[in-house]
Design a protein around this ligand. Sequence first.
Ligand code: ZN
Length: 74
Amino acid sequence: MKIGKVEISSCPYCEGTDIRYGYQSGDCRLYGASGFLDNQEPIHHLVCAECGAIIFTWVTNPRKYSKTIPERAI
Ligand SMILES: [Zn+2]
């Protein structure tokens, strides 16, 4: 499957090809995207059904986030 520019066809850990989708929402959303209600959005994951690894994680609107890392985060 293709997520943006990234093609995912198998798990990099076990080479399994049974790949499933899930997402984090509620209090596990990613914050910091200006212009959204509450500046947040869900975090999406691809999960390997054979070994359980989370093999790829993304957000739908990456350009909403700041290029500047706050001093307090480092
Ligand atoms: Zn795997």
